[in-house]
Design a protein around this ligand. Structure first.
Ligand SMILES: NC(=O)c1ccc[n+]([C@@H]2O[C@H](COP(=O)([O-])OP(=O)(O)OC[C@H]3O[C@@H](n4cnc5c(N)ncnc54)[C@H](O)[C@@H]3O)[C@@H](O)[C@H]2O)c1
Length: 400
């Protein structure tokens, strides 16, 4: 491919192409917001394995770890390379920029593109960790995936985002071709037991535990090892579709897995935790019915009081490294979502949700911000990027 103009086009919240320059700029802008912490007396940079490092919370954890604590290690994600017709996925370009950031800041960071659920990827990553670092201090598990093949049975499991037990009727936000927001009502049928079980197979704690098993079997767990998997609780407005639905069942499994792993890792002086993060606009979250509306109303209510994935990830690293005390709830989960579940925030968003009609939606929800955030997931609408300049999409994956 040669340099060409790359414009946003697509269907709904899914765009066909990503802008390499915009994706790179997002990473450098994130890094520029992070204040480095120099820890005296520390001989070596901490080693982290971050699974889901190219997007959303995993990307934020990677950038925050590198920029704040000079973390080194391996990032794993699953991205599509450029083809003759299409650019690569946005995470491909963000990974190139993250690798450059690591290099510029002296962090030895390798990025692997592969399916985290397979044994072959685990073998490759662990081999890399073993040869390059000899062990791991932190494993951050931030995968959001639609399907998983169980490596033991070979069965393919598809996750669904549905309520459990009863049909759910919810308001939802859609945008037409010219970006005009429309408030609609949709009905989502309840999942079958098999669909719920499949969702738990994909998004529950099984694969996280397999990573810990593999690290343990490879002798790669360092003293004081900490692993964190990301979870979500959210508002009563979204609970039927999220926390009380199929994904919520998977999150419950993930949280139970943390306690099983935690007991085992205690032998190494290690910890397994979940971190409950706040709502954010990501590729994974925009697929959830009603979340676009909820997040747009939340933004209107809180403005920049919404804590970004980057800010939450800085908090997470501060807590994991002991720079700040762990902020956990009675179930031992790290809570980075307190700003979202704050009573005043929930009252404000509930009032807006209830008042929202097709006529009032423009006044109650920050739909312009939401639409731009979706475009930024693909590297568009990034301030400072000149989209009238041709851009080369055929960029290689960073050398490992
Ligand atoms: N977005 C939110 O509002 C929110 C809130 C709280 C918690 N979380 C949790 O954060 C985690 C990450 O979600 P996100 O919203 O950041 O998602 P995302 O879609 O932005 O990123 C998903 C990441 O997973 C990687 N990935 C997907 N399938 C993979 C596979 N098979 N192998 C390796 N990597 C794979 C992708 O490459 C990407 O890096 C999830 O556990 C999610 O539930 C999200």
């Amino acid at each position: 491919m040669t340099a060409r103009l790359i414009q946003p086009s697509g269907r709904g919240f899914l765009l066909f192409d990503a802008h390499p320059g915009g994706c790179a700029r997002i990473v450098t802008d994130m890094a520029a917001q992070v204040q480095p912490v120099t820890r005296s007396g520390e001989r070596e940079r901490p080693v982290a394995l971050i699974i889901g490092s190219s997007a959303g919370y995993g990307l934020a954890a990677t950038v925050a770890g590198i920029a704040r604590y000079g973390v080194q290690g391996v990032g794993l994600c699953f991205e599509r390379p450029p083809t003759t017709r299409r650019t690569a996925t946005a995470g491909w370009y963000r990974t190139i920029a993250t690798a450059t950031l690591a290099q510029e800041t002296g962090s030895d960071f390798a990025f692997v593109n592969g399916d985290a659920f397979t044994d072959a990827t685990k073998d490759d990553v662990l081999d890399l960790v073993s040869k390059r670092f000899g062990g791991i201090d932190y494993l951050i598990y931030s995968v959001a995936a639609p399907r998983r093949t169980d490596p033991v049975t070979g069965a393919l499991h598809q996750s669904v985002i549905q309520p459990i037990g009863a049909e759910h009727v919810t308001k939802t936000l859609e945008f037409d071709g010219d970006g005009t927001p429309h408030l609609k009502e949709i009905r989502v049928q309840p999942a079958t037991d098999a669909e719920t079980a499949d969702t738990v197979k994909v998004m529950g704690g099984e694969d996280w535990a397999r990573w810990v098993d593999a690290l343990e079997a490879g002798g790669l767990i360092r003293p004081g090892f900490t692993t964190v998997a990301l979870s979500y609780i959210g508002s009563h407005l979204t609970s039927a579709i999220y926390r009380a639905g199929t994904i919520g069942a998977a999150k419950l499994h993930l949280e139970r897995t943390a306690s099983v792993l935690g007991d085992r890792l205690g032998d190494y002086g290690g910890r397994a935790l979940t971190s409950v993060n706040g709502a954010a606009v990501t590729q994974a979250s925009t697929a959830i019915p009603g979340i676009a509306l909820y997040v747009s109303l939340l933004r209107d209510a809180l403005g920049t009081g919404m804590s970004s994935p980057l800010a939450q990830s800085v908090d997470l690293w501060d807590q994991l490294t002991g720079t700040a005390p762990l902020d956990t709830d009675e179930q031992g989960r790290i809570r980075l979502d307190r700003w979202e579940l704050d009573e005043a925030a929930q009252t404000a968003v509930t009032e807006r949700w209830e008042a929202a009609t097709p006529d009032t939606i423009g006044d109650l929800a920050d739909t312009g911000w939401f639409r731009d955030e979706v475009r930024r997931l693909y590297g568009f609408e990034v301030p400072g990027v000149d989209y009238s300049v041709p851009c080369e999409p055929d960029l290689p994956w960073p050398a490992v």
